[in-house]
Design a protein around this ligand. Sequence first.
Ligand code: ZN
Length: 140
Amino acid sequence: MPTQLYGIPAPSPGQNTQMGLRPPNTTNVMDRGNLFPQAPLSRAQILERVNAIPQKPNTESGKQAYEVDVNAWDQMHGNAPPSLEHPYPIKPGMAQAGSGECFGCGEITDPPHMGYTCNATEPLCPQETHWHQLVMNMLW
Ligand SMILES: [Zn+2]
């Protein structure tokens, strides 16, 4: 027969209700981590990838270098859409992707205009338009 220990009161039903306080619920945070193992990229991380291909200066040689970049991109990725893994070259003289530029021509005007009101004489190629849209959707 076990010896009764005095000084250590056995839990009584009345005490159980006081000890029933739940610890702070952290399971939701952990569940989120399991559901979305890849944390969304921060704005800075997105911009870093967007700028992976440096924009060429708006000069004749810069435009030629841009053409080389575009041709290289097309050869490597074909008709695949641009993505953060495969950033598209930005046309010289045009705004950086995700800076509020027009998707049609790549320019920021005052007042701003968007693709459906764009009447640029030299619109961007479809891939570059897509790229501007993609970056904008991620940043805004
Ligand atoms: Zn435009």
